[in-house]
Design a protein around this ligand. Sequence first.
Ligand code: SF4
Length: 392
Amino acid sequence: MTNAMKDYFLDLDAASKDPARKVAWCTSVGPAEILRAMGFEVFFPENHGAMLGATRVCMDTIPVANANGYSPEICSYLTSDVGAYMKGITPLTKAFGIEKVPHPDVLVYNTNQCKDVMHWFEYYATEFDCPIFGIHPPTNVPDIKQEYIDDVAQQFEELITFLEPVTGAPMNPERLEETVALSLKATNLWSEVLDTAQATPSPMTFFDATIYMGPIVVLRGTQVAVDYYQNLLAELKQKVAKNYAAVEKEGKRIYWDGMPVWGRLRALSNTFNENHACVVASTYCNSWIFSDFDPGDPLPSMARAYIKIFINRNDKYKEDYIETMVRDFKIDGVIFLAARTCPNNSNAYYNLPKKLREKGIPTIIIDGDLCDLRCYSDEGATTLIEAFLETI
Ligand code: SF4
């Protein structure tokens, strides 16, 4: 995977310097297939935000964005990334020798996940004097109605019309079908990879999955992602066959809801290991399963898949979803991360943990954040997790 990610970033850097190639910036659950099919190389600022979080470089960049008018209360992927741009730094330099993030020729966002992405991309549209297009689907929906699909498929059509002058060529429908087919293969493999954790003991943890997920976020629609997940799945199946345990003497099995705490993956992983508990499933990693993609019906199937994501659903859907995960992965307890700067992907606030407890599913809430470690206490989280594991 290191090689796949390195090649991806080096190629983006090369594309950014080549006037004949075009770079699009896209949100993590935006219509990457359309962009790839039209020949764009695609960069994902949220992935950059996660890198800033995991390397903890964000602790130097968030305050820069705060000082420039971006509140400490808003998405810390946004403040990490915008602060890094303002400061002129990127973790890509240390990782791959890349001086700066690729220059965008177009910016495309989808508010299926939240509204912060619109503010984030609008900043860059002004900064780079760059064309920008937003997909605005119905949000927080209980069911996926046909009119929602028609609406979003129509917006995708408009996006294609918007992009054609940027690339100087019309969309090739066959290329779109091929790209959606590759995305479907990769996402189905990713789903199978995550499902290997249904085995007892589990061959992988949530913390492993936050690393394994790189290609499904940034490389879907490519053969590279398909090859990577085929290899990973084969390896995990071998581990299951050999009864390999990702956590020695696996005892309790945990579900993680909400964002990862990127700057504390290792510490949290150690805490669970030491307590023989395995975080076997999560809302976050499952968010890149798009099994509705259909190469024979690309735009409507993409519309359905991208409206359908967990974060864009109502409370009842989320409750039922987590209950199903608890059953399928034989979960003993659910940990909710209440991310200070991402209420959109924190499900601890509207009674869901209590509702699950009333159904006999133990839950706790940990306060923290995806990137901003000023909102997170190592001691507090460890104490809570250890007490929770003892109780259940
Ligand atoms: S969903 Fe949360 S973490 Fe993701 S971009 Fe929106 S506010 Fe940021």
